[in-house]
Design a protein around this ligand. Sequence first.
Ligand code: SF4
Length: 353
Amino acid sequence: MLHVEGMQGESTAQKKTFRRALGDWFRASARDLPWRETRSLYRTVISEFMLQQTQVKTMLPYFDRWMQLFPDFETLAKAEEASVLKAWEGLGYYNRARNLHKLAKALTALPDVPQTPEAWQALPGVGPYSSAAISSLAQGYAAAVVDGNVVRVLARITGNRQCFESGAEAIEAIRPAADAFLDKQNPGLHNEAMMELGALICLKNNPSCMICPVQHCCRAFNEGTAESIPNIQRKKTEKVLVERVLLENAAGEILLRKAPHTAKRLANIYEFPTAEEVKVSLTGKALLFKGSRGIANQRIEERFYKIASDKQLEAHIAGDSLLEWICEDRLEEIPLSGPHRKWLGKVIQAIEK
Ligand code: SF4
C-alpha cells in the first residue's frame, strides 16, 4: 500500500506511480468509442457536450447520427436551430444543443481556434469542465478535468471524508487534487483515463476495487470507506403534478405548444399544453393516462386529459402564437421533448378512441 497523505501531500514518486498505473490500465482497457477511433477537435467537442449529464450508451446513437447530419463546425454553424434541436431530441438538457450551435457559429467566425481553457471559456456554453476537456483531449493542454467521476475517484484515493453540500462544491474542493495528480506530459490521456475509471471501475455503489489498477494508491480502499466517499448531500426529491390536455381539431390536427425561446430549459421544444396554458377547467374530465419524468431533483407526474374544442377555446388558441395545431405528418419532424415523444403513441391512440 502506497501511503497517500491527503489532497496535495503526496510525494512526487507516489503521484508518478498513480499516473503510470492509471495510464497503463487505460491504454489496455479503454472502450472502443467512435470519437476515440478517429480523433478531431470537432468530434471531441461534440462528444464532450453530449456526455454532460448523459451516459455513453445513451448518447452513442446520437453521436453517429449527429456526425452524419453535421460532420463539421461549418455545417453545424449553417444549420437551422430547429434541425439541431431535432437531432438532439431525446437527449434532454437542450441548452447543450443550443450552445453547441452557438459555439459552432462563434468558432467559425474566429480567425484562429482557441488554444487555452481561458480562451475556450470565452465561447458560448463552454465552462470550466468543457474547456479543460476540449483543450486537454484535443490540443494537449495541461488542464485537469473535474466531473462527478473524477470527484469520486480522487475523493476516494485521498480519503477525503468532507461533507459537501452539492456536487458543485465537491468539484471545487477536489480541483486542487485533480491539478496535483494530473499527468502534464499526457493530460488528454490522463483525463480520459480518470473519467473512464470512474465510469467503469470506481462506481458509486459497489466499486470494483479488487480489479482497480490504482487500488495500491487508494486510501479509501485501505480504510474500507470507499462506499461512503464522497459524502455529497443530496437534495430531497420534490413531487410535482402537471395536468396536460389532448385536443384535436376538425382537421385531425393535434394541439401542441412550443416553449418560448426565453424558456430556461425547453426553449423552442414542443410539448402537449397544460390545462393552464390553454385556460380550460378539467373538472369532470376523465383521466386518459399518466406518465412520469425526472428533472434535476423533481419527480414530475404528468396527467393527460382529452378535452373537446369549442369556439371560445379556439379563439384563445388562435390568439396565442405558442400554441400550434400540428398535423400527424409533421409530428415526426418537429422537436418534441423526450418524454412527450415517448408518450406520443399513447396520446394518438387515446385521441382516436
Ligand atoms: Fe475506487 Fe476502489 Fe479503485 Fe479506490 S480502489 S479508486 S475506491 S475502485
